[in-house]
Design a protein. Structure first.
Length: 313
């Protein structure tokens, strides 16, 4: 089921010390509550809890400028970045850090809870100018730039923020200290990694090869192993892995896995092929290995997706 929601622009959160936002979802579908806290004139913290009886699809489009740190503490959320025409799955205990100029997302929302921290440019300029400089080209030219999308050793801070034990002024001090601590650790880790990799240079030919590799995976559904993929784009495996992390913020193996699963899901729902045939199409020699991977990725059995077909095996 799809609904359109009027979600306030993030910049409006800076006008209030604390706000409570409730999405207008029909009671039979569920509830979604977001608490936002103004940490400073440059930082807003939010925590959200959504409880749904069924998955809910909604769209959100905004123009903003700043760094966003999001942590999903429970549940899985599927969304599509409409700018890049790319689907993603955000999983439990994953920290996603992105610089956003504008976003246009279609989200498949399910029961979940997590936190978010929005940071204005002014804070970054004063405290993490190197980070801005390192990514300035992408920040200026792309609607969104994902810097990190992976598990983190700072999950304990995200949980501490979500479960803040205080009220009143003590809570304000607690939230401010934990938010700043999380920002410091995450940004410092990004800069440390950037420093380690600064001597690795991707030239024009490397970048073209990396985009060719991405297109082979996403457009042509080429599920080759890394060695074969490297040979097809004339790039060694090290640069292939490093370049994917730098340009696309993922590994080639992870992108191949995700594309395998989404392509298989589409075939299971719309084609007349059997599970055995589909598992072979996406590169699995044994059906049981495909089924295991599919269940782990989507938390649903392949045969359950075939029940709505007019014709299936």
């Amino acid at each position: 089921m799809s609904y359109n929601f009027a979600i306030p622009n993030i910049s409006e959160y800076f006008s209030e010390k604390k706000t409570l936002i409730s999405l207008d979802i029909p009671n039979n579908i569920g509830t979604s509550i977001t608490n936002t806290y103004k940490i400073s004139d440059e930082i807003v913290f939010s925590k959200n809890r959504t409880i749904l009886n069924n998955k809910l699809i909604f769209q959100c489009k905004q123009k903003i400028n700043g760094l966003f740190i999001g942590v999903l503490l429970d549940g899985n959320i599927e969304y599509k970045d409409n700018f890049f025409n790319r689907k993603y799955t955000v999983k439990k205990n994953i920290i996603k850090i992105s610089y956003i100029n504008e976003f246009d997302m279609t989200t498949n929302l399910d029961t979940s809870f997590g936190i978010g921290i929005y940071i204005k440019d002014d804070f970054l300029k004063k405290n993490f100018s190197t980070l801005l400089n390192n990514y300035s080209k992408d920040f200026k030219n792309l609607p969104t730039t994902t810097i990190k999308n992976q598990s983190s050793k700072n999950i304990y801070l995200a949980n501490a923020l979500y479960n803040a034990p205080f009220v009143g002024e003590l809570q304000n001090i607690y939230l401010q200290s934990k938010v700043l601590e999380l920002i410091y650790h995450e940004c410092s880790e990004i800069l440390t990694l950037d420093k380690k990799n600064k001597n690795i240079i991707l030239n024009k030919d490397d970048i073209e090869a990396l985009h060719k590799a991405r297109d082979l995976i996403l457009v042509e559904n080429d599920f080759s192993d890394l060695l074969a993929l490297s040979k097809k784009v004339a790039l060694n495996e090290f640069k292939l892995k490093y370049g994917f992390n730098q340009l696309f913020n993922t590994s080639p193996g992870q992108m191949i896995l995700e594309q395998k699963m989404y392509h298989a899901k589409q075939l299971l729902e719309t084609s007349e092929f059997s599970i055995s045939e589909i598992s072979s199409f996406v590169g699995y020699k044994h059906q049981q290995n495909f089924t295991r991977a599919f269940i782990q990725f989507f938390s649903i059995r392949p045969k359950d997706l075939m029940k709505n077909r007019n014709y299936y095996y």
